[in-house]
Design a protein around this ligand. Structure first.
Ligand SMILES: [Zn+2]
Length: 246
């Protein structure tokens, strides 16, 4: 148990404690903000990467449509060539049977050509639709890339700002910590493990500002005398008279 202190000394210590807690709570918040940033930057990169992957996918499908269409053209040309050859042969046939056989072959080839042409037409339509989709995706990727760059630079400036704040807080802390009696500083640091931003609370109308439980008269009396450290009898937080807390 510490001996009683002069009221002015006690007031000064209470102010330092409140200030120390403000610094620690702000440092904690800054650290949380800083530790959340890399994941946010990653999420931005991933969003862009998945859109770019979708675009590559579409482009690859577009290329495969184009290849298929060229293949159709090749098959049509091949069959047209055959038909031409067969039609030329018609002038040299000697029998009706030969004539009919060539006729059947030509009909089959022409039907095949017509089927391939249908397929080619469907492919051309698909390619056109696809080209429009690719165009829209390219625009979306460009927009997203610009948005991502902007967001990442915003996060970067947030990080710089948070680091500057942390530096100021860290530079400020020793001044307040060293002005406290060792025993109080130890007690504060221990309490801080349980109550990271509310180890020091003020008593509001006979109620603990931390656990909200009513404080006994003895505690309130001691606190108002302002010469001794006072703790909440329920949660053990350090109590500060109301006017000292602001
Ligand atoms: Zn309490």
């Amino acid at each position: 148990m510490m001996e009683d202190l002069p009221r002015e000394e006690m007031s000064r210590i209470w102010r330092s404690l409140v200030e120390l807690q403000r610094i620690d709570a702000e440092s904690l918040a800054v650290d949380q903000r800083l530790s959340a940033l890399p994941a946010k930057v990653d999420a931005e990169h991933q969003r862009l990467a998945s859109k770019q992957a979708a675009l590559r996918d579409h482009e690859a499908r577009g290329e495969s449509h184009a290849r298929e269409r060229r293949e159709c053209e090749r098959q049509i040309a091949e069959r047209e060539e055959k038909v031409k050859r067969l039609q030329a042969q018609l002038f040299q046939v000697k029998t009706q049977r030969e004539y009919d056989a060539i006729g059947v072959e030509v009909t089959v080839l022409q039907r095949e050509i017509s089927d391939i042409e249908d397929r080619e037409l469907a492919l051309i339509e698909a390619e056109e639709t696809h080209a429009r989709e690719i165009e829209a995706l390219r625009r979306a990727v460009d927009e997203l890339r610009a948005g991502t760059a902007k967001e990442i630079s915003r996060l970067e400036s947030l990080r710089e700002e948070a680091e500057r704040t942390r530096e100021v807080l860290l530079a400020d802390r020793p001044r307040h910590a060293s002005s406290l009696p060792d025993e109080i500083l130890r007690r504060y640091d221990t309490l801080r493990l349980r109550f990271p931003d509310s180890a020091v609370v003020h008593a509001v109308e006979s109620t603990c500002g931390g656990c909200r439980m009513g404080l006994v008269n003895q505690t309130m009396l001691q606190l108002n005398l302002g010469q001794r450290f006072t703790y909440c009898e329920h949660c053990s937080r350090m109590l500060v008279p109301q006017e000292k807390a602001g």
